[in-house]
Design a protein around this ligand. Structure first.
Ligand SMILES: *[C@@H]1O[C@H](CO)[C@@H](O)[C@H](O)[C@H]1NC(C)=O
Ligand SMILES: *[C@@H]1O[C@H](CO)[C@@H](O)[C@H](O)[C@H]1NC(C)=O
Ligand SMILES: *[C@@H]1O[C@H](CO)[C@@H](O)[C@H](O)[C@H]1NC(C)=O
Ligand SMILES: *[C@@H]1O[C@H](CO)[C@@H](O)[C@H](O)[C@H]1NC(C)=O
Ligand SMILES: *[C@@H]1O[C@H](CO)[C@@H](O)[C@H](O)[C@H]1NC(C)=O
Ligand SMILES: *[C@@H]1O[C@H](CO)[C@@H](O)[C@H](O)[C@H]1NC(C)=O
Length: 546
């Protein structure tokens, strides 16, 4: 019945619009689509997989020129959709992500699209294999729709790159989308896909979630294999996902965690037996906030009143009132160690980056094959004053005298964090992802972020939308803000459960106004080519001078 109706609409549209590029109203509205809503529409024959993919491509064609979040589309996306439609027709539907369009941060290896990390020097980097987490997504039926922009090589939080240009925040076109997974965040907020992936060395999955009214998970170190992802830091790197709903986030995590132990990333050996093969979507149901003990990290706030800090403090205060009224107990955590300035001194990225990047590149069939190949090429982004991060990485290594003391201090911090959980009998720590709003375009740094604690200790964090600032001319529905929920190792299920309750209590998420309209469906012969806009790279970031 539904299928017949669909065919009728199509025929009518063909008859009424005698143009080569005729359009019709999509029978299924992909705005705020979830895994369940796509599946319901497919299984009741309201739409087809090709139609779902075409609708997202049409949105990208329409809205991406405003936010510049996409580096490339996958030329095989429509043929994959056709294969899934054939399976649908024959009743062979398997996989939790059957026909779910996913955008990958462009530092995840894909065999069918270049993996550039937004760096001109890597424009032709064509990995032979998918990263294991990408293969797991495809095995579950996901359609890799394309690659999202990032801060170049995932090294900072502004989301500007020499190959991808500057990605813009969809809620306030004068601000960054956070980062480094900023393209993944901006694209998902603007409804360019159902899910996206990201990586996080200090803040990079959480800052884009916060700045784009999304949920994200940075899992416990070891839960997800980092193999086949362009690396920054052995100690701090994590891969994860972003979603518009907690449920979709839980499914993405479940699928990516199926990789399990991976000899190519020895941190995956740490996963306890009882965590292997867990279905995180099952953890969402039942339980409540009543009786939970949540530690509020006082040192992760900026109480100096200003237009950039006060909205964050007000949103957190409202969130805390909601949590209390739902029966949670809030405990003030005032230990001096929870000081992001002091914790930043323990960051070990620049000791680890050079050798890890070279290890990743050395197996490639063609140059660049090393850190030096990239950073002497001139084909990357630098600050006018040089690039201190790269200068430091060029001269330091894990053999540097300061490295082992830093690792020792990280171990001590991890012990202190466990002690905080134990002494206050906590279920999780909460704090704003940023002490202030996500910064304006052209700012030299993404200041005020609180991601360092989880990055150093390898703790899991689920980030949830906590509010919007008041609407203004620049932000017609306000600037989004997010809260981190940090847990003990392997407590992803608990954190996702808390996130679901918070999400239902507060109902914060909304679409970016500029992209909240419907887009007419289009018929594509082939997947269109999207070219990133590199014209608007801020003057502070000239390309290619070492
Ligand atoms: C269903 O599709 C999968 C994936 O393409 C394939 O491996 C499998 O053989 C198919 N099963 C049947 C019964 O056709
Ligand atoms: C784990 O892997 C890292 C990076 O590949 C390597 O440097 C380290 O030696 C490995 N550790 C052990 C104990 O095998
Ligand atoms: C706190 O916020 C104020 C006002 O925005 C700002 O001037 C100050 O630098 C911030 N302090 C820290 C430590 O970030
Ligand atoms: C916790 O800190 C807040 C302000 O940060 C304060 O208003 C509240 O009284 C403190 N609660 C306790 C029990 O100390
Ligand atoms: C946080 O640490 C920095 C650097 O160690 C220090 O200057 C600052 O006073 C500390 N802040 C607080 C509130 O203790
Ligand atoms: C789109 O955004 C505008 C401005 O915030 C708002 O008035 C309108 O209701 C939104 N439409 C939808 C469908 O969300």
């Amino acid at each position: 019945m539904a299928r017949k109706y669909h065919i009728c609409v199509k025929l009518a549209a063909q008859l009424l619009i005698p143009s080569a590029t005729w359009a019709l109203t999509d029978p299924f509205d992909v705005r705020e689509a979830t895994i369940d809503s796509v599946h319901n529409a497919l299984f009741t024959r309201i739409t087809t997989c090709r139609q779902v993919v075409s609708s997202f491509i049409a949105r990208i064609e329409t809205y991406n020129p405003v936010i510049n979040a996409i580096i490339s589309l996958n030329p095989t996306a429509l043929s994959t959709a056709d294969r899934l439609d054939a399976r649908l027709a024959s009743g062979n539907v398997t996989g939790a992500l059957f026909c779910i369009p996913v955008l990958l941060k462009d530092n995840f290896d894909t065999a069918d699209i270049p993996t550039t990390a937004g760096c001109l020097a890597l424009a032709d980097n064509r990995p032979l294999h998918d990263a294991p987490t990408v293969a797991a997504l495809r095995d579950a039926g996901a359609i890799i729709l394309g690659k999202a922009n990032l801060h170049e090589l995932a090294l900072e939080g502004i989301s500007v790159s020499s190959l991808g240009g500057q990605t813009v925040n969809p809620y306030d076109l004068t601000r960054t989308p956070g980062g480094s997974s900023g393209g993944s965040g901006a694209a998902l907020a603007a409804n360019f896909a159902v899910l996206s992936t990201g990586t996080d060395t200090v803040n990079s999955l959480r800052s884009p979630a916060s700045a784009n009214s999304l949920f994200s998970v940075r899992p416990t170190r070891g839960l997800l294999s980092r193999a086949g992802v362009i690396p920054v830091s052995y100690t701090q790197d994590s891969v994860g996902a972003l979603a518009r709903t907690v449920k979709d986030l839980a499914v993405a995590l479940t699928v990516m965690a199926r990789v399990g132990y991976d000899a190519a990333d020895n941190t995956t050996a740490a996963v306890p037996t009882e965590v292997r093969g867990v279905d995180y979507s099952a953890a969402l149901y039942g339980s409540s906030l009543r009786g939970l003990r949540l530690g509020l990290v006082g040192g992760f706030f900026n109480h100096t009143a200003s237009a950039e800090t006060s909205p964050v403090n007000e949103a957190m205060a409202l969130g805390i009132r909601h949590l209390r009224s739902a029966g949670a107990t809030l405990v003030n955590i005032t230990d001096a160690i929870y000081n992001t300035t002091a914790l930043a001194a323990l960051d070990v990225q620049t000791f680890e980056y050079r050798s890890l990047l070279t290890a990743y590149l050395s197996s490639r069939p063609a140059p660049p094959n090393s850190f030096a190949d990239i950073y002497t090429s001139g084909n990357f982004l630098v600050l006018p004053s040089g690039y201190p991060y790269i200068t430091k990485s060029t001269v330091s290594s894990t053999a540097a005298p300061a490295y082992l003391p830093a690792l020792h201090a990280i171990r001590s911090l991890t012990q202190s964090l466990q002690t905080t959980f134990a002494t206050h009998a906590l279920d999780a720590l909460i704090y704003p992802e940023q002490k202030n709003l996500v910064v304006k375009l052209g700012s030299p740094s993404q200041s005020g972020r609180n991601g360092i604690l989880a990055a150093l200790t390898g703790s899991p964090v689920v980030t949830v939308p906590i509010g919007f600032t008041a609407a203004s001319g620049e932000a017609p529905s306000g600037v989004p803000m997010g809260m981190e929920i940090l847990g003990r190792p392997w407590s992803e299920g608990v954190l996702l459960n808390i996130a679901r309750h918070v999400g239902e209590l507060m109902l914060v998420r909304r679409m970016p106004p500029f992209a909240n309209g419907t887009v007419e469906s289009r018929e594509y012969g082939t997947v269109p080519v999207i070219r990133p806009d590199v014209r608007n790279i801020p003057k502070q970031y000239p390309v290619g001078i070492l």
